[in-house]
Design a protein around this ligand. Structure first.
Ligand SMILES: Cc1ncc(COP(=O)(O)O)c(C=O)c1O
Length: 697
């Protein structure tokens, strides 16, 4: 709880020191920290902002011992600014030195390439850390402020712990990632910008183009005090063409570059995960709400079991490990974690409320979008999990046909009508299971045989329009005709393909409209929302059957889904999923072939959801092959369980990292198979087969 209690008062007794990192070396703009801005070096602007910040007791500059940084040290000396000199490359160590030299209890990390820093924003970040008692607070994680207002506040104790323990080159160069990544250990807070859209602004100094913008802004700002960000915005409102000066620069390009050049680290430890799973299992069966996220799906003892947070296409575990996430939350994460547009929509709705006593108009706004994008959608109802949507569709079909039997091709959720037909049917009445028939994908004869065996008894055939294999030519249309000839309905389960194959799902891609279709997963970029859509005459039966839940109209998810769908459309997201996923698929297949592993490892399915397959080897079971491959991919920083679940935020760097991880993992697998010692490497720690719902997986 946030209270102004004794702890806060004690914190105000702490010595708060702003430490500005500054050095002359810069790949893109050497000497930038002393570049002139309206008669003052850039560094002077930063020092000025720090000195003007409420709550700052002292301002220090941390520069390097390199001769090139003598100029920075001299500037500090002649301007009475305290300076500490330390390692040029190991910036974290340099910071630790400055912390000790300054006697700081709390450190404000500023960088000398942010001349337009706003003292009011820095002061709020300081206060945020103080009132929450957090180890770390910033305004960059996630970024909602203009690039160039960056401010991080961290306790000296935390920073010194990082300096002692961090081993990754990027952690040492960028000072705070070790703290930010270790959320289970260091509590972190973020100051969210009060105005939307600010993160698109770039006021930092990395390139000559940036300098041109900053010179233009500096010349228009009052010169006698640090600017407020509102003053900068006002200038840009009046002269928007100024933004063109530096508009092509990417945020955090330097950080991305240092990640890409970092040596592959395969020495991950999962101690906290292993410890926490014991605790969780005392109160939660399997320690997870979702079977496919539980420990049963991962290499035993050699994988993370709990995450702390995500960012774009990456996630972080309780041990502070970073991964490129190829699970994507089991596919809801279509845009990426903390997508700024979706998060903003959620926050705005949060200001109005979450669940209400009557419907909101968001329901119809979202329904209208679905009818616009999804070919078969004339009417829409919402649920939470995908199973809500598939179960509602099945009930509708049974109501429309007054028949009971179902044919199912794929996975459709946890309810009796589906799971009762699989081997994991414990707890399902036999009378219910007897009504559900599984059939193989792509086999019209098998379906026809069932339809003939129980004439006039089938209500519907429900299928994933595609999972492991492309539909054979004409298959979906022939299936539709066949089912209709027998008086049953066709239901597409587009829980995965929806908003991934295209916004309108697989039906839009393959040009076949089912009677009903089910959507979920990616629809709200992680918020719990699903939908059953379809022919109006069938959907109208919703008024007679019963499909109703307290949270069906929960507004945060509706707002998130609207923002997600609008962004999918605006940014042509599904095109990117095909492109990125396709490239990844091709590159991985090439590596598998080069390692001569194509007899045991394969990739099937489509680019937005490519599925890994395994075969037995003379010296190893397919489960052992799978376990070793996943174990090594995870050790190399790729979170993966069954497939490549690409998202919009996966960057070129992320994909390059995945490929490097595959190089490592396939190498280990090749060696283990050659030596015939895979069982020895794994002991009995092999992922057990569970129940197979898709032909090839
Ligand atoms: C094709 C398909 N249908 C239905 C479901 C069930 O969705 P949920 O787990 O959200 O209930 C899933 C979940 O993985 C799925 O992949």
């Amino acid at each position: 709880m946030l209270t102004h209690d004794a702890k806060t008062v004690a914190i105000s007794d702490m010595k708060t020191v702003a430490i500005i990192q500054a050095r002359m070396g810069s790949t893109r703009l050497p000497g930038k920290v002393l570049a002139d801005l309206r008669g003052q070096p850039v560094l002077a602007w930063v020092v000025c902002a720090a000195q003007a910040t409420f709550g700052v007791d002292a301002v220090w500059v941390a520069t390097s011992v390199a001769a090139s940084d003598d100029a920075v040290a001299e500037w500090c000396k002649s301007n009475n600014v305290a300076a500490h000199r330390g390692s040029e490359a190991d910036v974290l160590d340099r910071y630790a030195g400055a912390v000790k030299a300054s006697g700081a209890d709390v450190v404000i990390r500023l960088t000398a390439d942010c001349p337009l820093l706003d003292p009011a924003v820095i002061a709020q970040t300081i206060r945020l850390r103080a009132v929450t008692g957090a180890d770390y607070a910033s305004n960059i994680d996630p970024a909602t402020w203009p690039d160039g207002l960056d401010c991080e506040v961290v306790t000296a104790e935390t920073l010194l712990a990082a300096a002692k323990e961090a081993t990754r080159a990027s952690d040492r160069e960028h000072v705070t990632p070790f703290v930010r990544n270790n959320r289970a250990r260091f509590s972190a807070e973020n100051l969210v910008a009060p105005l939307p859209g600010l993160a698109a602004e770039r006021w930092t100094l990395d390139t000559p183009e940036d300098l041109a913008l900053l010179e233009a802004l500096a010349g228009r700002l009052p010169g006698d005090r640090p600017p407020s960000y509102l003053e900068v915005l006002a200038i840009l409102d009046r002269e928007p063409q100024l933004r063109v000066l530096n508009k092509r620069e990417e945020r955090n390009a330097g950080f991305a570059l240092s990640l890409s050049t970092e040596k592959l680290d395969t020495s991950r430890r999962y101690d906290r995960s292993q410890h926490l799973i014991d605790r969780a299992e005392r109160v939660i069966p399997l320690g997870s709400q979702t079977f496919s996220k539980s420990k049963t799906q991962l290499p035993p003892g050699a994988a993370p079991l709990f995450v702390t947070h995500g960012d774009g296409g990456k996630v972080y575990d309780v041990d502070g490990n970073q991964y490129v996430d190829l699970v994507s939350a089991l596919l809801p994460n279509v845009l990426g974690y903390r997508d700024p547009d979706v998060d903003l929509a959620i926050r705005r709705q949060l200001n109005r409320g979450i669940s209400f006593s009557l419907p909101t108009t968001l329901e119809m706004e979202l329904a209208e979008r679905l009818t616009r994008h999804i070919p078969c959608a004339e009417m829409v109802r919402f649920g939470k999990n995908g199973t809500d949507a598939t179960s509602a569709a099945v009930r509708l079909a049974r109501a429309a046909t007054r028949r009971d039997r179902l044919i199912m091709l794929g996975y459709h959720g946890w309810q009796d009508w589906y799971i009762g037909a699989t081997t994991r049917n414990l707890g399902v009445p036999a009378a219910v299971s007897a009504l559900s028939h599984l059939a193989p994908y792509g086999d019209l004869n098998a379906v026809e045989a069932l339809l003939k065996k129980f004439p006039n008894e089938f209500a519907a055939l429900i299928l994933e329009p595609m999972n492991t294999a492309e539909p054979p030519a004409g298959y979906l249309q022939q299936l539709k005709d066949l089912v209709h000839r027998h008086g049953a309905l066709l239901i597409f389960d587009e829980i995965i393909t929806g908003f991934r194959w295209s916004i309108g799902g697989a039906q839009a891609r393959y040009g076949v409209n089912p009677d009903l279709a089910c959507f979920g997963k990616a629809m709200g970029n992680g918020m719990p929302i699903s939908a059953v859509v379809g022919r109006a005459d069938v959907m109208r039966l919703m008024e007679d059957i019963f499909f109703s839940g307290t949270f069906g109209g929960e507004a945060l998810s509706l707002a998130a889904a609207i923002a997600t769908i609008d962004k999918l459309e605006r940014e042509k997201v599904t095109d990117r999923l095909w492109a990125v996923g396709g490239e990844l698929m091709q590159q991985v297949r090439a590596r598998v072939a080069a390692a001569k592993l194509d007899d045991v490892v394969g990739l099937v399915g489509a680019a937005p959801w490519a599925i890994l397959t395994y075969k037995d080897h003379a010296t190893a079971s397919k489960e052992a092959v799978k376990t070793l491959l996943l174990r090594e991919l995870i050790a190399a920083g790729v979170l993966i369980n069954a497939s490549h679940n690409v998202c919009f935020a996966h960057s070129a760097g992320d994909i390059a990292h995945v490929l490097t991880a595959y190089d490592h993992a396939l190498g280990v697998l090749r060696e283990a198979l050659d030596r015939g010692d895979i069982e020895r490497r794994l002991g009995n720690q092999v992922i057990r087969p569970v129940f197979s719902v898709r032909a090839a997986s």
